[in-house]
Design a protein around this ligand. Sequence first.
Ligand code: PGA
Length: 256
Amino acid sequence: MIVASNFKMNHTRASTRSYLEQVSRHLEGLSSDIDVMVFAPASCWDHYNLPANLRLGAQNGYPAARGSLTGEHGLEQMREFGISTILLGHSERRHFFGEDQALIAKKVAFYASEGFRIVYCIGEPLEVRKRGEEALHRYLLEQLEGIDIGYANLIIAYEPVWAIGTGVSATPEEIASTHAFLATVVGRTPLLYGGSVNLCGLEDILRLPHVDGVLVGTASWKAEDFCMMLTIASKLYQGEVNGDEGKKGPYYRCGQ
Ligand code: PGA
């Protein structure tokens, strides 16, 4: 089960250090089957002492090792900090910074050729969802154009644009049906859900078929909240492994 935090443009290097220390300590008490990623701004990268199941990742990257590309960072800057995990295609990059599919596909191909673990984001704006299932599926397929879905280190995050940072997550039904469709397209590639995931909704989302984990923004920025999410994911995973669903959960009561 995968639980990832996207800091976006939040945290400093100092606060990232204490965040990662807290999460690392917390992970010592949990099953190591929880696979954790923290996507931090480049200014927060450093040499941290992390457990094997906690990885620091980049939120973006230019598809080159180095170059005359003011304001960008690339492979060399990541390698210096041992970073080999990257988030690509995030809707904020697509919509606020105008990254098109061709550029994003180039980034995915470049970082895949370097063996990176890639969390690749796709998701539709509200007007597309309103047009119905066929339009939705077509839109998502366009965002997979040029992406090698057979790449072994690829993870796909379905994040509807209208759910990101709005406090309104997609419903479990919406997530279940979109993930069921995506599973038919991407086969065994792990699928995450992202978009206003919070402690209250986390458990229901993680229990859905074809949901292998979550990518969390706002609700993950406080270390203690993120740690609680890891606890929930870990208990859920253990419940799944041990069977006996009747006795398992809920592990978190909303409003707690
Ligand atoms: P959110 O962000 O949880 O704040 O909606 C998710 C994301 O953008 O990855």
